[in-house]
Write a protein that binds this ligand. Structure first.
Ligand code: HEM
Ligand SMILES: [Cu+2]
Length: 549
């Protein structure tokens, strides 16, 4: 059991994550009804205000707080309790991130920041909104430094040893995060803040977008890698085996550091101001990420097969039935992985130079990120929640709560299937994303496209409603595990922190030489970004701000 101080910190992080989840999913519910023309908002509330809150609170805030909760718990578990300095930094990080979050939320709710979670210029929010975003990032850096400090202290005590897999993966993710944030910090501090407070008149829009996406793509890996940590480190334990290959696991994380940063232009394929050559180069680098992704898929299925056969599964697929389907901690994550198959395939479509033309800015994209972050990442976090909270509070995950958890996971699956499938198809037929209600002025042929069973805003709303009910069920389970469920007394009622054994005897030591990987990553970044960014700095025009709401 990890120390009481560390436990408190983790629980606070989880608490904030789920408050954000509660408000964010409520916004999602409103959105599906507004898009369906079934709900009119009062004059003081605007669709884009709600959509900003939804994107920020779920994609940025829920994920970030949950990820740090998981990291802190895992680092304390595998490397030992935090010392006083590490603890101090981690608390400071939590508090600064929280202040940024509250300030950003106030700005959004008071209608001063309806700029969506990508805050593209020349849309102009209150300067305080950008200050809030900077605080969120700085807070996460403080927490990151705390974890790095903890890791360095462990390394000093264990000279020459490879760190535990959980710690290795956490440090990889944090290195990725710190390098990625350099882009967003640069644009927020040097471009947005001076412009929003009126110290300068114009902003270099294309530069700001490029710096945003330099951060925005690795951001998705900052969400995904913690989920992968659970897949690599927790899942083998739940299915009763060891990590399939320690060196494969470590190497795949190294590849994610290398190939998830120099690729942001794949979000800007339709933008003028960046020549096709640089877009093409970054698209090629984007596709490199398929390698560690398939390595991950391979190791997962190898883990499943080994475990199933050990339990007596025979034939080509007999092992499949032997997996612990009745364990919701496993099943939720298995479904998460299954969602990632169409999710990843959709990603290849989006990143393809030509096919991007077809799906750009349509509801297809919304369908895509709900079956990548909204299902694989979120459902993995749900699976973690079911054991992490009772592990920390010493409460029981009762039979009744386990049943509810199953209903929750299955309803999330059904809701997500309905909502995202309809979004994908509607998008292909031309329904735009980020629009309150679009009936193309009642044009008959368009209305005809949008009146299929799946290609229908009603289907999307039904899916969204099921999702919202599922979200509330999850909040109920979380509240129970935090405050209500009876304390465990018997040994069998205590919930464990599942960490699988990982055999490091064949793992090459250089995999943990971070300077090599940081060096290669920086070289790739310079290659992909130095010339086009310098071109933008010197040649792209500036724009005055616009407040369109
Ligand atoms: C109750 C569950 C949810 C519902 C009903 C829902 C619904 C929606 C809808 C309808 C949109 C599209 C709005 C538009 O483009 O006009 C949207 C956007 C979005 N959703 Fe969700 N969603 C849910 C959960 C989630 C979760 C769990 C995440 C991430 C962890 C997420 C992340 C996003 C993001 C990043 C956007 C894009 C915002 C933007 O374009 O600025 N959503 N959601
Ligand atoms: Cu991307």
């Amino acid at each position: 059991m990890i120390g009481i101080q560390d436990r408190k910190l983790v629980l606070w992080n989880i608490g904030v994550a789920y408050i954000a989840f509660l408000i964010g999913t409520f916004c999602g519910l409103l959105q599906v009804f507004i898009r369906n023309d079934a709900l009119d908002l009062p004059a003081w509330l605007d669709y884009y205000q709600i959509l900003t809150a939804h994107g920020v609170l779920l994609a940025l805030i829920y994920t970030t707080f949950f990820i740090f909760a998981f990291f802190i718990a895992g680092m304390s578990k595998t490397l030992g309790n935090f010392g006083p300095k590490v603890s101090l930094f981690a608390w400071l990080g939590f508090i600064v991130t929280l202040i940024g979050t509250v300030l950003a939320t106030i700005m959004i709710i008071s209608g001063k920041a309806s700029v969506l979670y990508t805050f593209y210029a020349p849309l102009k929010a209150s300067g305080w909104y950008y200050v809030a975003l900077a605080l969120v990032v700085i807070g996460t850096w403080l927490s990151s430094f705390a974890l790095i400090g903890h890791y360095i202290a462990w390394k000093k005590r264990n000279k020459g040893q490879l760190s535990p897999l959980f710690a290795f993966m956490t440090i990889s993710t944090i290195i990725l995060w710190i390098i990625a944030c350099l882009g967003v910090v640069t644009t927020v501090v040097f471009q947005y803040i001076p412009w929003a407070f009126g110290w300068v008149d114009t902003i270099n829009v294309e530069l700001s977008r490029s710096l945003f996406w330099y951060f925005g793509h690795p951001l998705v890996y900052f969400w995904l890698l913690p989920a992968y940590i659970a897949w690599y480190v927790v899942i083998p334990k739940l299915v009763g085996t060891k990590v399939f290959s320690d060196s494969l696991a470590r190497f795949s994380f190294v590849l994610f550091i290398l190939f998830s940063i120099p690729v942001g232009f794949h979000h800007q394929l339709t933008e003028p101001g960046i020549s096709s050559f640089w877009k093409f180069l970054q698209v090629v680098l984007t596709f490199m990420v398929i390698v560690p992704s398939l390595m991950t898929a391979f190791s997962m299925f190898a883990t499943f097969e080994i475990s199933g056969r050990k339990k007596g599964g025979t034939g080509l697929f007999g092992w499949f039935t032997k997996l612990p389907w009745k364990d919701v901690r496993f099943t939720s994550i298995f479904i998460a992985m299954a969602f990632f198959i169409p999710g990843g395939a959709g990603g290849i479509i989006n990143a393809s130079f030509q096919m991007n033309e077809l799906v750009h800015n349509t509801l297809w994209i919304v369908g895509h990120f709900h079956i990548t972050v909204g299902a694989p990442v979120a459902m993995t976090f749900m699976g973690i929640t079911f054991w992490l909270i009772p592990y920390l509070t010493g409460r029981k995950f009762t039979k009744q709560l386990q049943k509810l958890a199953f209903i929750q996971v299955i309803s999330w699956t059904i809701g997500m299937l309905l909502m995202s499938t309809s979004q994908h198809i509607l998008g292909l037929l031309g329904a735009p994303r980020r629009t309150a209600y679009s009936g193309y002025n009642g044009h008959p042929s368009t209305l005809d496209w949008f009146s299929g069973i799946l290609s229908n805003h009603v289907t999307m709303a039904v899916g969204g409603t099921i999702l919202f009910i599922s979200a509330m069920l999850l909040i109920y389970i979380v509240a129970n595990l935090l405050f209500v469920s009876p304390k465990a007394k018997l040994k069998k009622d205590f919930v464990e922190f599942p960490i699988a054994e990982s055999d490091t005897s064949h793992t090459p030591k250089f995999l943990e030489n971070w300077w090599i990987w940081i060096g290669v990553a920086v070289a790739l970044i310079i290659m992909a970004y130095a010339l086009p960014l310098s071109d933008l700095i010197h040649n792209a025009p500036g724009s005055r701000g616009h407040i369109t709401w």
